[in-house]
Design a protein around this ligand. Sequence first.
Ligand SMILES: *[C@@H]1O[C@H](CO)[C@@H](O)[C@H](O)[C@H]1NC(C)=O
Ligand SMILES: *[C@@H]1O[C@H](CO)[C@@H](O)[C@H](O)[C@H]1NC(C)=O
Ligand SMILES: *[C@@H]1O[C@H](CO)[C@@H](O)[C@H](O)[C@H]1NC(C)=O
Ligand SMILES: *[C@H]1O[C@@H](CO)[C@H](O)[C@@H](O)[C@@H]1NC(C)=O
Length: 589
Amino acid sequence: MAIRTATWVVFLLLALLSSSGGVAEASHQVLSEADFFQVSAEAAERGHNDDALRTGYHFQPPKHWINDPNGVMYYKGVYHLFYQYNPKGAVWGNIVWAHAVSTNLVDWTMLPPAIYPTAPFDVNGCWSGSATVFPDGTPAIMYTGIDGQNRQVQNIAYPKDLSDPYLREWTKPDYNPVIAPGPGVNATAFRDPTTAWKGPDGLWRLVVGTKDNHLGLAVLYRSRDFKRWEPAPRALHSGDSGMWECPDFYPVAAHGVATGSAGAGESKYVLKVSLDLTRFEYYTVGEYDHATDTYAPDAGQRDGDDGLRYDYGNFYASKTFLDTAKHRRILWGWANESDSTADDVRKGWAGVQAVPRKVWLAPDGKQLMQWPVAEIESLRGSNYVNITNRLVKGGDHFEVTGSSPAQADVEASFQVMDLDKAEPFDPAWKAADAQTVCAARGADAKGGVGPFGLWVLASDDLKEKTAVFFRVFKNGEDGKHVVLMCNDPSTSSQADGLYKPTFAGFVDVDIAQSGGKIPLRTLIDHSVVESFGAHGKTCILSRVYPTKAVGDKAHLYVFNNGESDVKVNHLHAYEMRSANITGSVEQST
Ligand SMILES: *[C@@H]1O[C@H](CO)[C@@H](O)[C@H](O)[C@H]1NC(C)=O
Ligand SMILES: *[C@@H]1O[C@H](CO)[C@@H](O)[C@H](O)[C@H]1NC(C)=O
Ligand SMILES: *[C@@H]1O[C@H](CO)[C@@H](O)[C@H](O)[C@H]1NC(C)=O
Ligand SMILES: *[C@H]1O[C@@H](CO)[C@H](O)[C@@H](O)[C@@H]1NC(C)=O
């Protein structure tokens, strides 16, 4: 849950709206409709084309602010996505659980909010949480309520009508909260309960994120009846990285085989936490000791900011669930905007969800793999381009014409022709340095092997373009190549006031062994560039706001700014149809 934004949002809004009483109070800043339309009209005059930046197949409601995905689950043939939502404006505040359902993870029916403040235990907000599906197939939701004293407490909600596959209405028992912050627990840093799992002793367990000074903690609670919860004597895990939000804990097996709940006795587990301080997430792969109810990352796993990320870009507060229909684990994650709060207020919307991704353990057991769920491919249109075996000499680029690249799915495989041209890798570079290395050598900075890859959402004069690319280095110590994947949005827009960080991650592949080949898939969706390197080993989502490269004015190119030639073994660029979004988010009264 993104609470840190609250205060500065208020200041910005106050600055923005010198006029009427658009801002109520600190934790409930809302724009009145009148203010909203005034801001929108000014925007139109200044020539903004905000609607052209809305996504066609990345989940987003018609308007207003969204953040964390919540309570994701599969129930009776229906996928449920709940998400943090402000029903009154495009800034954080008034948080409820909005709700959408789908039978294919692509097309969505919007429903009125499922969980919203009604009782003393959530009167100041219904923040993030998770669904647990019991062995008899019925679900429950645990979420963080902000109570009358602004304490974060954990509440339970049950479906009112189990025969409704859409689970539109939820009941909150009077015995809430079921978990209140005990002695020694910081009541304003105690949130985001996980999906529960049953241990060999028959007790239910779940984890809540918290902190003790700078120590982030995943604290464990146990229950026999899902109603009375007792704190365990020790945390599941902890780390010196500040507040842990949105913990997610689940078993994984190799080869993408779906696994059950965290209690299923699998050998490997994943613990993911979202770091409130840096606004990044990391995960480790490790082992769960049922006897002590503690988790330990495997040797070699980096437990901290230098750790593995689902996504090295704009991706936060993520949450997985087990899709029992298709025996896979699916990951949802929130991508916030990279424009200013004033822009968001003007646009009337802020925040999207990344495409749902299947996650599984890599064969070497050292990291996860991710791939957009196959259902997304049903949106590929009849308009597509195929390129095979095309050589791109150092310094060259070419345009990929024939598809509609503002809303596209591009799959390519590149092959480096001369790996010996790789520049030396500095052994001092750690995983967390990927971004710095890439920022210092942007997409236009010539290299030995690379930068090569795609320019997406590019204008015809190339003044606007977002680069997704690779650079390859050679490690002097072991002679191995090191592959870096980057997203450089520094020239993505000619608009001012945008946040345009370079995002990057190393890709754990042996590129020499694969004959110099490295695959890339990039999903382009107007203001989203979501890329998957090496079949999903390294992923980067970036938000960009082109002013010229919009709609049918957007272009797609392959470029190579390295000394070594690169061959495009193949490239398929598909135009993507828009997802079918129906229903209404509005609360019926
Ligand atoms: C509790 O957490 C809040 C929010 O991060 C922080 O401002 C406060 O200093 C913490 N209180 C204590 C006693 O650590
Ligand atoms: C283009 O590539 C796709 C995917 O490999 C293939 O299914 C299709 O037949 C190809 N089309 C042409 C015209 O080569
Ligand atoms: C979109 O969904 C609605 C409601 O399910 C359905 O009636 C309509 O045919 C769908 N449209 C398309 C283009 O799939
Ligand atoms: C998304 O927005 C940018 C720009 O305002 C911030 O720098 C990020 O911290 C923020 N990310 C999250 C997860 O809140």
